[in-house]
Ligand binder design. Structure first.
Ligand code: NAD
Ligand code: MG
Length: 390
């Protein structure tokens, strides 16, 4: 029986993780959970899964959660310390890191420092602090299992192979809802258009990142750290059917890919059950039902955010953290109706232009770069809104 903690249990990944747990009560037990604003859902999860400990992001929400849980025996906590307590609760053997954004950094680091294996969904962790986290993983001898479908596919495609034989890592991307939208129409796309992802059902932030392809850019950076691969060995193919989840090319010209119906339950289950596999309820793939698999190179004019991510990776140091922070501000501003879709990339680029990359020696310094990126992006956002920057 594997004892697990879920950071961000009320989100898209968290809910899918609990579905796997519910389907395999003989294999997994939830020891601790955390959520943020959706207290009703968190309370329902606590009633169903009976963790010993649960945390909310804001300690001020604890009394309301307590009320929702009248009669249920559970310890409630909150704030960053509370999230860290969830990540390191006694008995936890694996933490599913599924908080969205930079808020996931500190509790994920706490888990690693406590020697606990991590199933990593929160890609911002490696994007903003890849070298620090990979050092921590090595130092504390823990295992880091990718949950992101592309990285899970790569992880599955490199099993049993030598890293020196890899010539290329090829991440696939659906191209999102605007893959074929005429460029001049991108100016007027709406929030609803951008949230309408063709293949995957995900949280709002990552859905917008998929539309801009910043998601793929973040995944390129994530792959750089997870697989210790230099940027020139990581490429992106647009594959609108999302059937091949990523591929690895070897020196002999062979390419190994992982295929499946697009459903996050599959990579989540693999991270939880590695090296074994468990049933997921995901529809098996019937290749004869598919009309075809197509691939193309991404157009950086259409998807400038992908180019910005390669630039951040090239400049390194604090630049990816600043880019990530600017992206979070840009996506939030777009979802609040304050900037247009095309202004997302402009806001990120201007924030990066204003930044001088410098070395980050600790998670506190990463968070400082993150704060700087957010504050600068917010300032630039105000000038974008008033039209002075356009
Ligand atoms: P989501 O928005 O659906 O859920 C986010 C979770 O984080 C929720 O439980 C929320 O309560 C919690 N949270 C939000 N802000 C918080 C804060 N400040 N402090 C503590 N908790 C907070 O997001 P998601 O789609 O489940 O994605 C989670 C992570 O997994 C992201 O980093 C995303 O990039 C990554 N990811 C998601 C998918 C997917 O299919 N959804 C795929 C690959 C990777
Ligand atoms: Mg992905």
């Amino acid at each position: 029986m594997k004892q697990i903690a879920i950071l961000g249990s009320t989100g898209s990944i968290g809910v899918s993780t609990l579905e796997i747990v519910a389907a395999h009560p003989d294999k997994f037990r939830v020891v601790s959970l955390s959520g943020a604003k959706n207290l009703e859902l968190l309370a329902r999860q606590i009633r169903q899964f009976r963790p010993k400990l649960a945390a909310v992001a804001d300690p001020a929400d604890i009394p309301q959660l307590k009320e929702l849980l009248a009669g249920v025996e559970v310890e409630l906590t909150g704030g960053v310390e509370g999230l860290c307590a969830v990540a390191t609760a006694p008995g936890v053997q694996m933490v599913v890191a599924a908080i969205v954004g930079a808020a996931g950094l500190v509790p994920t680091a706490a888990a690693i420092q406590a020697g606990i294996d991590v199933a990593l969904a929160n890609k911002e962790t490696l994007v903003t602090a890849g070298h620090l986290f990979m050092n921590l993983v090595e130092q504390h001898k823990v295992k880091l299992y990718p949950v992101d479908s592309e990285h899970s596919a790569i992880f599955q495609s490199i099993e049993g192979h030598r890293s020196q034989d890899i010539t290329k890592i090829i991440l696939t991307a659906s191209g999102g809802p605007f893959r074929e939208t005429p460029l001049e129409k991108l100016q007027s796309v709406t929030i609803q258009d951008a949230l309408n992802h063709p293949n995957w059902s995900m949280g709002r932030k990552i859905t917008i990142d998929s539309a801009t392809m910043m998601n793929k850019g973040l995944e390129v950076i994530e792959a750089r750290w997870l697989f210790d691969a230099p940027p020139e060995k990581i490429s992106v193919n647009i594959h609108p059917q999302s059937i091949i989840h990523s591929m690895v090319e070897y020196i002999d010209g062979c390419v190994i890919a992982q295929l499946g119906t697009p459903d996050m339950k599959a990579p989540i289950a693999y991270a939880l059950s590695y090296p074994g596999r468990v049933s997921t309820g995901v529809k098996p793939l019937d290749l004869t039902e598919l009309s075809g698999l197509t691939f193309s190179k991404p157009d950086l004019e259409r998807f400038p955010c992908l180019g910005l991510a390669y630039r951040a990776l090239g400049e390194g140091e604090s630049m990816p953290a600043v880019m990530n922070a600017a992206n979070e501000v840009a996506v939030e501003s777009f979802l609040d109706g304050r900037i247009s879709y095309l202004q997302i990339a402009r806001l990120i680029e201007k924030t990066m232009d204003a930044h001088q990359a410098h070395r980050l020696g600790s998670i506190e310094e990463v968070l400082e770069a993150d704060r700087w990126g957010r504050a600068t992006a917010r300032d630039i956002c105000t000038t974008l809104q008033t039209g002075r920057c356009l």
